[in-house]
Design a binder for this molecule. Structure first.
Ligand code: IMP
Ligand code: MG
Length: 175
């Protein structure tokens, strides 16, 4: 692996505080309703657990894993379902939980696919957003942090499958 270091970008206490705020906001805006959280694996897992603990309306959860065909990036080709949802989303208030919105291609394809399953509503909550990298327009209702165009790890995000377990957001710096 290329030699590198990880520099702290957003400290654990700051991440926790922001998730608390977003959880409160979501609870207020979905008052009187139930939320069906859809976690996009693997990156969304840590964020979804922390977020779910801070939502006060009834919550159900499901998980899906997606990728793209071939060895291109997520931007190319068709969205491949590696693991589909276990339950139907028809008629549910669905909130997709994503780790990061980069080009927006994954989310664009995913929301189109899930919208065709007729949820009552379909919104997105992302831990991080890199707006400078956007290639397609996607509607993200809740964002915890907008960050510069740097490669980040931690809180579910990986570099070659490492660092997902870091309790903070870090930037990978190559020597
Ligand atoms: P998009 O289709 O370009 O928006 O790709 C989004 C996906 O790429 C995310 O869900 C992540 O899995 C991955 N990704 C994008 N930027 C980063 C990063 O800085 N660190 C780790 N993974 C990233
Ligand atoms: Mg992801």
């Amino acid at each position: 692996m290329t030699e590198h270091k990880v520099r702290v970008l957003i400290e654990e206490s700051e991440v926790d505080k922001r998730i608390e705020e977003i959880g409160k906001k979501i609870s207020e805006e979905y008052a009187g309703k139930s939320i069906h959280l859809v976690c996009v694996l693997k990156g969304g897992a840590f964020f979804m657990c922390e977020l779910a603990k801070r939502i006060t309306v009834p919550v159900s959860m499901d998980f899906m894993a997606v990728g793209s065909y071939g060895n291109g990036t997520a931007s190319s080709g068709v969205l491949k379902i590696k693991k589909d949802l276990d339950e139907t989303i028809e008629g549910k208030e669905v909130l997709i939980v994503e780790d990061i919105i980069d080009s927006g291609n994954t989310l664009y394809k995913l929301t189109n696919m899930l919208r065709a399953r007729n949820p009552k509503s379909l919104e997105v909550c992302a831990l991080l957003d890199k707006p400078d990298r956007r290639e397609v327009d996607v509607d993200v209702k809740y964002t915890c942090f907008s960050i510069p165009d740097e490669f980040v790890v931690g809180y579910g995000l990986d570099y070659a499958q490492l660092y997902r377990n870091l309790p903070y957001i870090g930037v990978v710096e190559f020597e």
